[in-house]
Write a protein that binds this ligand. Structure first.
Ligand code: ATP
Ligand code: ATP
Length: 147
């Protein structure tokens, strides 16, 4: 019976769009290329508790191309107050040129995560504007979090 439930919820992922599961962009903790990582900002980042922070272009708050991995701050001295663009940023994983679409299925995004590129992906509209982010944890939650 458990097996049937598990297989059933995997198959359900095919029909579930990522837009239903993602964290909407207005709820995502983000930074800009020009954000200065002073003591106050670093404290805020650490208190949020997220490991990955999408970074938008300085001139376009909906254009995300990079992310800051919070573990990069381990050896960082916030007294130096560097802007985000001075960090060794990680490309923000997208399944296409400018992100997964809201109607991409949770099963497709799970396969993308499985390929090992990342555990977070950006969801964008066809103009490349950010709609949200989805992580492996969001998909796992769909699989096993709600029985
Ligand atoms: P990890 O567990 O690998 O340290 P994390 O705790 O930063 O990562 P996840 O566990 O991948 O994040 O995701 C937990 C939830 O937080 C998910 O719903 C995800 O969409 C959301 N999330 C991830 N990063 C952010 C962010 N920067 N701002 C807001 N929500 C985020
Ligand atoms: P994240 O992707 O959230 O930054 P991570 O890269 O540290 O985390 P995972 O992606 O969770 O680690 O795990 C990748 C592999 O590395 C797994 O096989 C896990 O068992 C292994 N692993 C995790 N932490 C350690 C560690 N401290 N030493 C050796 N192997 C580890």
């Amino acid at each position: 019976e458990d097996e049937v439930l598990i297989i059933g919820s995997v198959l359900d992922l095919r029909g579930k769009p990522v837009s239903k599961v993602m964290t909407p962009i207005q709820d995502v903790f983000t930074l800009s290329m020009d954000s200065v990582l002073d003591k106050e900002t670093v404290t805020k980042i650490l208190s949020q508790g997220y490991s990955r922070i999408p970074v938008c272009a300085a001139d376009d708050p909906m254009n995300f191309v990079n992310m800051l991995l919070v573990k990069q701050l381990i050896a960082y001295d916030s007294d130096t107050s560097l802007p985000v663009k001075c960090f060794d940023l990680t490309p923000l994983p997208t399944t296409g040129n400018d992100g997964a679409r809201p109607d991409t299925s949770c099963l497709d995004i799970l396969n993308f995560f499985q390929e090992g590129k990342s555990h977070l992906a950006l969801i964008s509209n066809s103009q490349g504007g950010a709609l949200g982010v989805i992580t492996l944890e969001d998909v796992i939650e769909e699989l096993i979090g709600e029985e």
